[in-house]
Design a protein around this ligand. Structure first.
Ligand SMILES: [Zn+2]
Ligand SMILES: [Zn+2]
Length: 377
């Protein structure tokens, strides 16, 4: 099996992350995107005649006294005041194969240990997984928009991201406890007492945790050639949480993804510092850095999925809101210490192999934990 320290030969600089970090260290760049000349003009025009109806076909808006779209010849609908928080979703990222396991004992067979040891997983298998997740989330997103008669461009940026998040995983709200938000099993919880821009950053952070869990589940199913079910999900959750090594990958991936869609330097660095501090000499400084590089490489995949909807324009809307609402300065000290490396394709496959083989072995020795996790799915 590959050793963690050997992965350093596969490290390269992640030019995009380096650029984003440098932009915050040199804020001139960000301030430029703040001056949007047509911002007030839009508000002004909308106020002149109130447009309360829309055409369900071409989506053009009309004033209250209009009844039909002259172009599409269909009757107009009222623009509803949608509370995106109340929209229920139950997305599914299914993967169906001929083999389906119904007990952990069957999964942890000698044959499956051999399959994981041989690790015939290729980059094209990985890319297929990303594509499936993307396709499925876009379908759900499209359905949520249609079923709830939403005019996407009418939503504010917070609602846009919230609705998009709901096409991956259900989102709940809380008004108690110290955490800004968390992801457990198949649910995100966000504290609604924080300002909108922090709710957005927290959502993106927790979506990354969800996506890494989903990617990991699909990897295990692909390798073992079996359908996705609650047993496989329980194993994926276990693999991403049982060791400081795995937790550091998960947390650094979420931290990096958050930075790619919001602003670097304002994040809660404590999420992975706590893990680093709990290490107690188990990993060398070099090994910690390689582990962060693995997290960064997963973040590139997560970013790729999220960019199906969160494009350059939405990203600048998020940043603009953030810089308007958040008055603190970024954490320059931590920002300068960011790991900006990623693994090559070959190195990344070896890293997945390492995470999986160690995690699979450990999972097989913790059946009670797995059975507990399984009840949540
Ligand atoms: Zn029309
Ligand atoms: Zn986290």
């Amino acid at each position: 099996m590959v050793k963690l320290s050997e992965l350093s030969t596969y490290c390269r600089e992640d030019a995009e992350k380096r650029l984003l970090v440098d932009e915050v260290l040199n804020p001139q760049h960000i301030l430029r995107s703040l001056s949007k000349p047509d911002y007030f003009m839009d508000d002004f025009c909308n106020e002149l005649i109130e447009l309360t109806k829309y055409c369900p076909k071409c989506h053009q808006k009309f004033p209250e006294d209009e009844n039909f779209c002259p172009k599409c010849l269909v009757s107009l609908k009222a623009i509803r005041d949608i509370d995106v928080r109340l929209i229920e979703s139950d997305p599914e990222f299914s993967l169906t194969k001929t083999k389906e396991y119904s007990s952990f004992e069957d999964i942890f067979s000698a044959e499956n240990f051999k399959i994981i040891d041989e690790f015939k997983f290729k980059t094209r298998d990985y890319n297929k997984i990303l594509l499936n997740i993307k396709r499925s989330s876009i379908e759900t997103f499209e359905n949520l928009i249609k079923e709830n008669e939403i005019l996407l461009e009418d939503l504010d940026i917070q609602d846009k991201i919230l609705l998009y998040a709901k096409s991956f995983v259900p989102v709940d709200y809380k008004s108690f406890g110290p955490e800004l938000g968390y992801f457990t099993f198949n649910r995100i919880t966000i504290d609604d007492r924080q300002i909108a821009s922090l709710q957005i950053t927290t959502l993106i952070h927790e979506m990354s945790h969800f996506l890494l869990k989903e990617i990991m589940t699909h990897i295990i199913c692909t390798i073992l050639d079996c359908s996705k079910n609650s047993l496989m999900e329980a194993i994926a959750v276990f693999i991403l949480s049982y060791s400081p090594f795995a937790r550091l990958i998960d947390e650094y991936a979420a931290h990096t993804t958050e930075g790619r869609f919001t602003v670097y330097g304002y994040q809660d660095y404590s999420s992975f510092i706590q893990i680093e501090q709990s290490l107690d000499g188990e990993m060398t400084a070099d090994e910690i850095e390689i582990t962060k590089s693995i997290g960064n490489t997963f973040a590139i995949s997560i970013k790729d999925i999220l960019e199906s909807y969160i494009d350059e324009e939405l990203r600048s809307d998020i940043n603009e809101l953030f810089l308007r609402q958040v008055r603190e300065s970024p954490n320059y000290e931590m920002l300068a210490l960011e790991n900006c490396n990623r693994l090559t394709g070959e190195g990344f496959l070896k890293a997945i192999w390492l995470v999986l083989s160690e995690g699979f072995m450990s999972a097989s020795q913790n059946l009670e934990k797995l059975e507990e996790y399984e009840t949540y799915f």
